[in-house]
Design a binder for this molecule. Structure first.
Ligand code: SAM
Length: 201
């Protein structure tokens, strides 16, 4: 889906719950606040929540309609909202404590290229957190995009995990009103003293 498709979807109705995904909240709630980027932030549920607990957050998405909904939410002034394509956007010279990528589904090569660049934006010890629909969700789960080529899996995220000190790389289940959904979760830290991530293809 392109930006106009997402704009239309957001214009139709709010898409996601106001609060953060439970897995993301449980992973991040005990971390000391720092500087974060929420890539493909949508309506900003994670960016708003992070800002509310003290993080300095930049929320990036190519859907102006999605970000506008976030901008209208309480606490929005604490978030920097950026309308941009994550495939070309760059934060500049920053040492981020966190890059969060939740439910962004792109062709596999684009995903690996983007996440590889994102590792390079982290300070040593900074975290990359990726959560999205697992490819097995198509056969054993509910909801989410139905195109296998854009879904995550442990194997598909392995090249990115190889750049990190990995805390979690696994399939996780999520309870939804329609049944159990299957997601892939990657959590890793940029190793101290590690060289910059390789330049993507
Ligand atoms: C399923 S939503 C997830 C939103 C948010 N991360 C969340 O978990 O609530 C996917 C988002 O990815 C955005 N997106 C998809 N491709 C993008 C791209 N190339 N650049 C920027 N945003 C993109 C869409 O506009 C949409 O807001």
């Amino acid at each position: 889906m392109q930006a106009p498709d997402w704009d239309a979807r957001y214009a139709e109705k709010p898409q996601w719950s106001a609060g953060p995904n439970a897995v993301i909240a449980s992973l991040l709630e005990s971390l000391p606040p720092g500087r974060a980027v929420d890539l493909a932030a949508g309506e900003g549920r994670h960016a708003l929540w992070l800002a509310g607990v003290g993080w300095e957050v930049t929320a990036v998405d190519f859907s102006a309609a999605g970000l506008d909904r976030g901008r209208a939410a309480p606490g929005a002034d604490a978030v920097r909202w950026v309308v941009a394509d994550v495939l070309t956007w760059d934060p500049g010279a920053v040492d981020l404590d966190l890059v969060l990528v939740a439910y962004l589904h792109l062709p596999e090569a684009d995903t690996v290229d983007l996440l590889t660049r994102a590792v390079g934006w982290l300070r040593p010890g900074g975290r990359l957190v990726v959560l999205g629909h697992d490819v097995q969700n198509l056969t054993r789960g509910v909801g989410g995009p139905q195109e296998p080529a854009i879904l995550h899996s442990v194997e598909r995220l392995a090249p990115v995990a190889a750049l990190l000190a990995v805390d979690r790389l696994e399939q996780v289940s999520r309870t939804t009103p329609a049944g159990t959904a299957l997601d892939t979760l990657l959590v890793g830290r940029r190793a101290a003293g590690s060289p910059p991530a390789p330049v993507p293809r």
